[in-house]
Write a protein that binds this ligand. Structure first.
Ligand SMILES: [Zn+2]
Ligand SMILES: [Zn+2]
Ligand SMILES: [Zn+2]
Length: 218
């Protein structure tokens, strides 16, 4: 996860007590000396893996230089997730890469949510949900689920506090990472309750029409 200031996100919250954040931010949870996980998050936040690509003038752009993440979908003129390839973790190009950002074909999530999303209150479910008036192609990107990055300990404290009035999901996202023969996993916990983006209105469905993916910049 890295900080990126070129996010085009013009959505906002109707409820002015909520803070709109463009991307995941590290919580300002009070420093607890015994919370090693939070100390680790503080060290790792905004870190960049330094394996950028060298695609200065490749005519294929960056479709495959960090694994094959996306493909071009001509019908709607957009990059979509290449679901025919199993994508464990999406690595996008970043400031470590030599490619020209405006020509790069491996930058999607970092540019912000798709257009024409609407927050609509449902009388049936008595809550707000996220809708689109556009057809979204298979693999099309909707938005990041952005909020405060917190530790497991803080998540359990907050869940106890929110118990009576849980409108949002604290998302526990586990990424499995393979490096050669080594396998490891890391869990990112995101709370969009007070600080979040438009993703906080995505609701759980027993019959979902979209699913979460993990993204990392290299
Ligand atoms: Zn590249
Ligand atoms: Zn790159
Ligand atoms: Zn690139």
């Amino acid at each position: 996860m890295t900080s990126n200031l070129n996010v085009f996100d013009f959505y906002e919250h109707e409820d002015r007590s909520l803070e709109y954040v463009l991307e995941n931010i590290l919580s300002d949870q009070s420093i607890d000396g015994s919370d090693n996980e939070f100390q680790h998050l503080q060290r790792e936040y905004n870190s960049i893996l330094l394996n950028g690509c060298d695609c200065i003038s490749s005519k294929f752009g960056c479709l495959e230089c960090h694994g094959r993440n996306y493909k071009w979908f001509a019908e709607t003129g957009e990059l979509v997730l290449d679901t025919d390839n199993s994508v464990d973790l999406i690595y996008e190009c970043s400031s470590s890469c030599k490619c020209e950002p405006s020509k790069c074909t491996n930058r999607l999530v970092q540019k912000g949510p798709r257009a024409k999303l609407k927050i609509v209150h449902s009388n049936l479910f008595k809550s707000k949900g996220l809708f689109s008036s556009d057809h979204i192609p298979k693999g099309g990107f909707i938005c990041e689920y952005a909020g405060e990055i917190i530790s497991r300990k803080e998540a359990h404290n907050r869940l106890k506090k929110y118990e009576q009035n849980l409108d949002n999901y604290i998302l526990f996202m586990t990424e499995r990472i393979k490096e050669g023969h080594d396998k490891s996993s890391t869990t990112t916990i995101i709370d969009p309750t007070k600080r979040g983006n438009i993703g906080r209105y995505l609701n759980h469905s027993c019959n979902p029409n979209c699913e979460p993916y993990s993204q990392n910049e290299t």
